[in-house]
Design a protein around this ligand. Structure first.
Ligand SMILES: Nc1ncnc2c1ncn2[C@@H]1O[C@H](COP(=O)(O)OP(=O)(O)OP(=O)(O)O)[C@@H](O)[C@H]1O
Length: 226
């Protein structure tokens, strides 16, 4: 993974919500922390081109998020804060197959890939269930599966343990730890990211901390006085 921000900033109208940023991301596990409204989601959305830089540029494995929009979307999958918002089909199996059907894959290839991902995430028994009847943790696993099945090398997860109980939170924590893909995780759940190789801390649209997880989390806790 090679993600490069070169003087990338984001403004909405007159308001700059992310100050110009130049950095390279290569680590397998990267956490993003900061108070509400500090720019975390905007930063993460820049990576897969859901938000375009107002100044500068962002590239993913040499692909520019503006020029090579489709290829960037395929390389970096985004799992939204509320997985309900990204689930499109009513049945688990159909939802996981949806992205592959859209890409025009043959039926047997779709079946093979969906079956593999269901087994990989331990949800084969849920294949025929209605998505809206699943628990929070199960829904999150379906959302992750629906993205992973399309084969991105990078996963961006926006508050994946938000509103999960302790058991489901642990399930998602273990799932993230076991991912073969690179993972960039936005979280207010600091223990979730405490073993990550690198943590970025945003405050008021500025990157104010960037380093190994223990140091960055400690500085963030001290600043937030909690
Ligand atoms: N499309 C948009 N139009 C206008 N302002 C926006 C837009 N998207 C985000 N913002 C503003 O940019 C700022 C940063 O938002 P962002 O969602 O990146 O923060 P965050 O750190 O992810 O917050 P949270 O922890 O609450 O999810 C906020 O003030 C938000 O209101």
């Amino acid at each position: 993974m090679d993600i490069r921000f070169s003087g990338a900033s984001v403004s909405f109208g007159e308001r700059t919500v992310l100050q110009p940023l130049t950095l390279t991301l290569t680590e397998r596990r990267i956490g993003i922390i900061g108070l509400n409204g500090s720019g975390k989601t905007t930063f993460a959305r820049l990576i897969n081109g859901l938000v375009k830089p107002t100044t500068g540029s962002v590239s993913v494995n040499g692909l520019d998020t503006v020029r090579d929009e489709g290829a960037v979307l395929a390389a970096a999958g985004f799992i939204f804060q509320n997985p309900q918002h990204q689930i499109i089909m009513p049945i688990v199996h159909e939802d996981i197959a949806f992205g592959l059907k859209n890409r025009g894959l043959k039926t047997d290839e779709i079946e093979r890939r969906v079956a593999a991902v269901l087994v990989r995430f331990g949800i084969a028994h849920l294949a025929k269930r209605r998505v809206h009847e699943l628990s929070g943790g199960e829904t999150q696993l379906v959302a992750i599966s629906s993205i992973v099945v399309t084969g991105p090398g990078i996963l961006i997860l926006d508050e994946p343990t938000n509103q999960l109980d302790l058991r489901n939170r642990r399930l998602i924590e273990n799932t993230i730890a076991g991912l073969d893909e690179h993972a960039i995780v936005i979280s207010h759940d600091l223990p979730l990211i405490e073993r990550f190789e690198r943590v970025l801390w945003f405050h008021d649209g500025k990157l104010v901390g960037d380093g190994p997880a223990p140091e960055t989390i400690r500085a963030y806790r001290e600043a937030a006085e909690c």
